[in-house]
Write a protein that binds this ligand. Structure first.
Ligand SMILES: [Zn+2]
Length: 76
């Protein structure tokens, strides 16, 4: 069975876009089925990569801020 260190290296390679052979992917999947720690690591790694790929939130213009403040001022 793959060691945790090797599983982490392969998971990192997959996230980086490095192609793995089917044997490497199979060994990684088998390891993840058995190892809760590496499964958690891969889950967190995927969440991190997904959050980093999201575009940054759009900045709110000063006009929008003023419009909202104006609406709030009109509210009794
Ligand atoms: Zn492991």
């Amino acid at each position: 069975m793959l060691k945790c260190k090797d599983a982490v290296e392969r998971a990192d390679a997959l996230v980086d876009g490095t192609p793995l052979s089917w044997r490497e992917r199979f060994a990684l999947r088998m390891h993840l089925l058995m190892c809760h720690h590496c499964r958690r690591y891969v889950h967190q790694l995927r969440a991190l990569v997904t959050s980093l790929r999201r575009p940054p939130p759009e900045a709110v213009s000063q006009e929008k801020v003023d419009a909202v403040l104006d609406e709030l001022d009109k509210t009794p």
